[in-house]
Design a protein around this ligand. Sequence first.
Ligand code: B12
Length: 329
Amino acid sequence: MFTIKRAAEQVGISASTLRSWERRYGIVTPSRTEGGYRLYDEADLRALSLMARLVEDGWTPSTAATEAIGRLETVSGDTTASDARLAPAVPASPTTGPGLPSPSADTLAAAMLAAAAALDAAALSVVLDEMFTVGSFESVVDHHLLPAMHALGQAWASGRVSVAAEHLGSHAVMRRLGASFEAAASFGNGPRVLVGLAPGCRHEVGLFAFAVAARRRGIATDYLGADLPVADWVDAVATRDPAAIVLAVSMAADLEATQQVVTAVHDRHPHLVIAVGGHEQDLAPRDVERLGHGIGTAAAALAQTLTGHDAGRPAEGAAGRATRTHRRA
Ligand code: B12
């Protein structure tokens, strides 16, 4: 039997997504310990994994749940449980539920903005639950979560929502990403990558989302966080011996400090891959690798760059690319 944390890890989704799928689509009905904690068996994991694969392939969660239950019943010959399993344990929200199409990105962004503006943490949590049932982690982040953060930012910059609303929203999003980061821990067995920000830089939502996607791509990703002193970057690279480091340039003001980190690390590790993302990544030093703006595609691009690299040493045949991507501007 598996706890919710272990079950979510095995399936490759967050525990909150698992709870949400269970509650809304009845995909599994776990047993409970005496203390009320959920316990999942192998059959539950099979159903959840199948649903996750279908969602990854672009099915809406409600149709994926119906399909997964149907396929597994066909295999096992069990036709008794489907109606009960499909009934959500609590009423579905007005935007999602069995048989209803997934809500649009605009609907979810508006709901997130309204919840943050009203400082309603519970409503914010429900919207984030809904978002993360719409598709794979990468597609939710690229098409729903980050655009919604952007909308929240516009509302904040124009004075339509308070600083408190922006902080409430950002923190809720960071916590949600943290759960996904933990859930993906067992995937990261490939080359090691350190992810963090240069000193004085504090916009970490996009970077942290990237760190989750990188783990899901099999990269052993350590997230160091925001506002990291140059000396700490140097120490971290010496201590952990990564194959790459990844930073973000969110605004022009981040550039100088990012350049300092790049220079300091490059001087000591000239073959280390140094990559950047973020809104103003085009301003970064010329020969640093730019990962683009899509979280999923960026993680895939880095995984590809690192294939054949051994802890900072370019592999045979990759030397040309390595020199190009490592050289300081
Ligand atoms: C939340 C937020 C904060 C939070 C950050 C909390 C946190 N834990 O991250 C706090 C309160 C700390 C903050 C502080 C500040 N902020 Co602010 N902040 C925002 C806000 C509202 C959202 C940022 C965000 O997460 N956006 C979503 C991101 C992910 O979108 P993005 O940056 O465009 O990135 C895209 C891609 O590049 C990609 N991506 C991002 N990072 C990465 C990394 C990798 C590796 C990859 C592959 C991709 C990738 O994801 C996005 C997808 O399209 C924005 C508004 C906005 N419109 O974005 C302002 C904003 C970025 N902030 C701004 C400013 C000015 C500030 C402050 C200077 C305010 C102040 N006076 O103190 C400080 C500076 C802090 C610092 N030194 O870094 C400005 C920047 C203007 C500019 N371009 O120069 C913005 C645009 C607000 C505005 N309209 O004025 N902020």
